[in-house]
Design a protein around this ligand. Structure first.
Ligand code: AVJ
Length: 322
């Protein structure tokens, strides 16, 4: 039997094999973030259509003191832990304010991209010389493993940027339940959710005029070519984005415009594509407040506060364990 701390994570090759052998075919969006993918995501965040980052940035810059009030308890020391930190730009607004208030905390930054982490560390060290900062590379499930074996210091866990959107409904519930199990009663969870809004606004965010989102998706095929010796021809695949307003789900696909067979050397396998066959690449779930409340409740939390941007496009919500 495997001990819980040694649960084997699937490798990239395992997941590609499983996804391309399935019907319908899929690939996991967690593999978007190699160095080039992380760079393309930085580009996405600057796109005029991609409102999410600006909305959350607005919340962090206009409600910093309210967030600080909500986080801190009578000068108690804490760990500010960020899952999927990326460039940490929004968090740096909090860190700056917290330090100026004399808060006693450490910053722990977790991300799947080594490159993103080293970039963040460099920036934070330059900007905040006095800050204690620690980094952990890995996916969200590795964070759970780390939390189980870590200290009793109070944890404030940040899960920003609508990263939760990449989980389907039951996956999100599962994840928060597991996270809850690693938390003490005074720990907090601060989560960024993209809210349901005009479907056209949402769709445009995933189908930008400069085709950066298309490149971001296609980059995963390049990664499979490079790391697993595949022969995807990126010219024959088109990016297609959809938004389903009843489910609140934005989805991306890569569509094979021709019937073709792809070889993946490392897997010793070929995969047949019919003309116009899709590969499901990513879900970006959009939430209603009722959905957020339901998610909190069914995973062992209550919502203590919502922070909104001026357009109510987006919310950061503060969850406490029940
Ligand atoms: C990083 C998961 C929040 O779903 O909006 C951006 C990733 N995909 N454009 C999102 C993404 C296409 C993004 N998240």
């Amino acid at each position: 039997m495997q001990s819980s701390s040694a649960i084997k994570q699937n490798t990239f090759a395992d997941d590609v094999l499983r996804g391309l052998s399935s019907a319908p075919k899929f690939l996991s969006s967690k593999y978007f973030y190699d160095d080039e993918g992380s760079r393309l995501f930085q580009e996405i965040m600057k796109l005029p259509e991609y409102y999410l980052t600006r909305a959350e940035f607005e919340i962090f810059s206009t409600q910093t003191s309210e967030i600080f009030e909500a986080f801190t308890r009578a000068n108690e020391t804490f760990d500010l832990i960020e899952l999927g930190a990326g460039d940490g730009l929004k968090t740096s607004l909090l860190v700056d304010y917290f330090l100026k208030q004399g808060a006693d905390f450490r910053y722990v930054s977790m991300d799947i991209s080594e490159e993103a982490l080293s970039c963040l560390t460099e920036n934070f060290k330059a900007q905040f010389p006095g800050l204690s900062i620690q980094t952990e590379q890995g996916d969200y499930f590795r964070s759970l493993e780390i939390f189980k074996s870590k200290s009793d210091r109070r944890k404030i866990i940040l899960f920003l940027g609508s990263n939760i959107g990449n989980f389907g409904k039951s996956q999100a519930q599962d994840f928060f339940r597991q996270l809850r199990a690693t938390m003490n009663d005074t720990d907090l969870l601060f989560i960024g959710f993209d809210l349901q809004k005009d479907p056209r606004v949402i769709l445009r965010a995933y189908d930008d005029a400069q085709n950066v989102t298309a490149q971001f998706n296609l980059n995963l095929l390049s990664r499979i070519n490079r790391e697993l010796g595949a022969n995807f021809n990126l010219e024959i695949f088109s990016h297609y984005a959809s938004y389903h307003p009843i489910e609140g789900a934005a989805r991306s696909f890569l569509i094979s415009r021709k019937a073709q067979t792809i070889c993946v050397e490392s897997l010793n396998k070929t995969f047949d594509f019919a003309a116009w066959e899709p590969i499901f690449m990513e879900i970006s779930q959009k939430y209603s407040l009722a959905m957020i409340e339901d998610l909190a409740q069914t995973s062992g939390f209550e919502i203590s506060q919502y922070f909104f941007d001026s357009q109510k496009f987006y919310t950061d919500s503060l969850w406490k364990p029940t």
